[in-house]
Write a protein that binds this ligand. Structure first.
Ligand SMILES: C[S@@+](CC[C@H](N)C(=O)[O-])C[C@H]1O[C@@H](n2cnc3c(N)ncnc32)[C@H](O)[C@@H]1O
Length: 252
């Protein structure tokens, strides 16, 4: 017998299974070993960061402080307009020097709400915009920013290759794209722990197994620095120079 939803009567309690399996990330394997994790969909990212938003600053936000401060110090040596992609709760915003203009974007309205509160409470006039936006489809014109930074974001975004192309597009030729990210290890205890965590990527909201090659394929970006960050080198800073556009004349 079927119920109102055309499901077999008495089976409704088992309906948690499809959701459960949806929350199991697609794992890419080679020789039986997990080497990558599939796309995390936008709605999954949003719901993960709805859960993270109230506790983020006191948990992952704290663990990631050293890397964030280091990168902001690097950016403070630069000039002009900065786009912070995946700005989250805005933990970095107060540390930028006041003569930079900072624009932030994030996919998660819950994380952005925290960032907006922070900007309003601290009256941060150097932050000129916080927008709900997808990093893989930025609504800024080409060459809008001198510096584009994404901290602890590339392991989260649904399509990292597309995001790298977008970061390059909105960066002025001669400008910089800067990442801070966790890249996984194949060997050792750390690699083992990362592979054990991999099936839960959609629950925790980031990919514990994430190869550095996923951010290296954009031809407009040339890597100029790669530095393991304290503590323990778990996170890496990467700086990319935005190549000048090749004009049709020059290409001939
Ligand atoms: C681990 S948090 C990092 C937040 C912040 N950058 C920091 O240093 O604390 C990752 C952030 O990336 C955001 N995010 C994930 N996918 C995104 C996308 N496609 N576009 C914009 N933001 C995204 C999440 O909503 C979340 O706020």
């Amino acid at each position: 017998m079927l119920n109102m939803n055309n499901e077999p009567q008495g089976r409704r309690k088992f309906n948690v299974r499809p959701n459960d399996s949806r929350r199991r990330a697609v794992l890419h394997k080679a020789d039986g070993k997990i080497v990558g994790i599939g796309r995390i969909e936008e709605d999954v990212v949003k719901s993960a960061y709805r859960r993270w938003a109230p506790v983020y600053d006191a948990t992952f936000g704290k663990v990631s402080t050293v890397g964030r401060k280091h990168v902001v110090e690097v950016i403070n040596q630069r000039r002009g307009r900065v786009l912070e992609v995946g700005v989250g709760t805005g933990l970095s915003l107060a540390d930028y020097k006041s003569d930079l203009e900072i624009v932030g974007i994030d996919l998660s309205p819950d994380m952005l709400e925290k960032a907006r509160e922070r900007v309003a409470n601290d009256r941060m006039t150097h932050v000129t915009g916080l927008h709900e936006m997808d990093a893989s489809a930025l609504s800024f014109p080409d060459a809008s920013f001198d510096t584009v930074v994404a901290m602890y974001v590339m392991t989260v975004v649904p399509d990292p290759e597309k995001v790298m192309r977008e970061l390059a597009r909105v960066t002025k030729p001669g400008g910089e794209v800067i990442l801070v990210n966790h890249f996984s290890q194949e060997e050792g205890v750390r690699g083992w722990v990362e592979r054990r965590m991999a099936p839960f990527a959609e629950i925790i909201g980031w990919r514990p197994v994430f190869d550095v090659s996923r951010v290296m394929g954009c031809t407009d970006l040339q890597m100029v620095q790669r530095q393991a960050l304290r503590p323990w080198g778990i996170f890496t800073m990467m700086r990319f120079h935005r190549q000048a556009a090749v004009t049709a004349d020059a290409a001939e």
